[in-house]
Write a protein that binds this ligand. Structure first.
Ligand SMILES: [Zn+2]
Length: 426
């Protein structure tokens, strides 16, 4: 009994004496919509930002931990609104789908998650992966069992039979065995698919409104889900408190999805004037994933392992994407950061910053896409996206000034996720 009391006393004492972590920030971009500040201290406790104060406060030298980032720029943790953590495109991808169990896939995803976190991305939205594996990884990270970014996950995408998110490229028996439960035809069946996705753990609903590049089917890039299916999906998802992210390349499918009321268009590669009008009317976000277009085009040009159906679509799309996204940006369409990583290597997410620069965005606007904008799209603006008292301690730092040179965001030297230090090269 005495031992128990002693242990209890020790334990209470440890809680009472819990130290703060204090970050000394040379330059601070707390919110990219505001000017940067210099010489600030961020006080962190219990995974949250307790206060941000002027100057370099000393804290209690006996117990507080000081992190010296006086030579660095400190920013909110980055957010990637479109990744596939359980997948990485390569010559073995098609075979691995058959070889890996859900457990294997989740472990591989944990490796990709760690790389993503070390690149400065403290939150990702996973838009299409085997449900049990990605939900397991999401929950393991949330419980602190595995180090990785916070994951908002869709599980398997909703798609029509033979559509972009259906299984393809294998013999019939395999196709039958691997068809996801979220493949649906007609509004009632698609209502069931949304409910099924939510039942098994989806935080967000991902749909494939048009054909896609990486499905091994020569079925083009135009609208694949019918108007009545799209309307019913959005109605059902919103009623269950879930947002809808629509993969869409062709203008007909982009516009049909926007008319149905989706919350974001993923890719948007061939959007037109009507799309811009609908974006502005509905307030939907565009997640351009320029890095995916670039990566697939690079692979297609090399020849290599991509089957002809995929290569043809990639080469057709590559030269036109940039102009469409430039038009959307100039027209004031709201843009949130997303890479479609998994198509590109996990951990290279920061390359997208250079491609956003290339469409003419200003550096502060580019930083906003991966912080405040993505936080709003994900419905997490009250918890992440800026650095302020009360928000979660998702904090990164880079050498140099990303407002002057956006390329420095490709080399994140310090990462804190929910108060835990994942990396510190300073
Ligand atoms: Zn994707």
């Amino acid at each position: 009994m005495r031992h128990l009391l002693a242990a209890l006393a020790l334990c209470l004492c440890a809680v009472a004496a819990r130290a703060d972590t204090i970050i000394h920030a040379g330059r601070l971009i707390a919110d990219p919509r505001q000017p940067a500040e210099s010489e600030k201290s961020l006080v962190i406790a219990d995974g949250r930002i307790k206060a941000i104060v002027d100057g370099y406060v000393a804290g209690d030298p006996e117990k507080d931990r000081i992190i010296d980032l006086r030579s660095a720029t400190v920013l909110p943790g980055l957010i990637d609104s479109h990744v596939h953590l359980l997948f990485e495109l390569g010559p073995k991808t098609a075979l691995q789908r058959l070889q890996l169990s859900d457990v294997d896939a989740a472990f591989q995803g944990a490796m990709h998650a760690r790389r993503t976190l070390e690149a400065g991305f403290t939150t990702v939205r996973d838009l299409g992966d085997p449900p049990d594996a990605i939900f397991g990884l999401r929950d393991a990270i949330a419980k602190g069992w595995v180090m990785g970014p916070r994951i908002i996950a869709a599980g398997s995408s909703i798609s029509g039979t033979g559509g972009h998110a259906d299984v393809d490229g294998y013999r019939r028996k395999i196709l039958e065995m691997m068809t996801p439960s979220t493949i649906c035809d007609g509004p009632y069946d698609c209502r069931r698919a949304v409910r099924t996705a939510v039942k098994y753990g989806a935080d967000v609903i991902k749909i494939t409104a048009t054909g896609g590049v990486l499905s091994d089917a020569a079925t083009g890039l135009a609208q694949q889900m019918a108007d009545d299916e799209l309307a019913e999906i959005v109605r059902t998802a919103h009623a269950l408190g879930r947002k809808v992210a629509a993969h869409a390349h062709g203008a007909d499918g982009i516009n049909a999805a926007l008319r149905a009321g989706v919350d974001s268009i993923e890719h948007g590669s061939m959007l037109d004037d009507e799309s811009i009008r609908l974006f502005r009317k509905t307030g939907a976000w565009l997640v351009p994933t320029l890095l995916a277009g670039r990566t697939v085009a690079e692979q297609a040009e090399k020849g290599g392992f991509l089957p002809p159906a995929i290569r043809d679509k990639a080469l057709r799309l590559a030269p036109v994407i940039r102009d469409h996204i430039v038009r959307a940006y100039k027209a004031g369409v709201r843009i949130a950061f997303g890479t479609d990583s998994g198509v590109s290597h996990h951990g290279d997410n920061g390359r997208e910053f250079l491609l956003l620069k290339d469409i003419g965005m200003k550096n502060a606007e580019i930083i906003a896409t991966a912080t405040v904008n993505a936080a709003e799209l994900l419905g997490l603006a009250d918890r992440i996206g800026t650095l302020e008292a009360g928000k979660e301690a998702d904090i990164i730092a880079v050498a140099g000034d990303p407002l002057a040179d956006i390329a420095v965001l490709q080399h994140v030297g310090f990462v804190m996720a929910r108060g835990h230090i994942a990396k510190n090269d300073f």
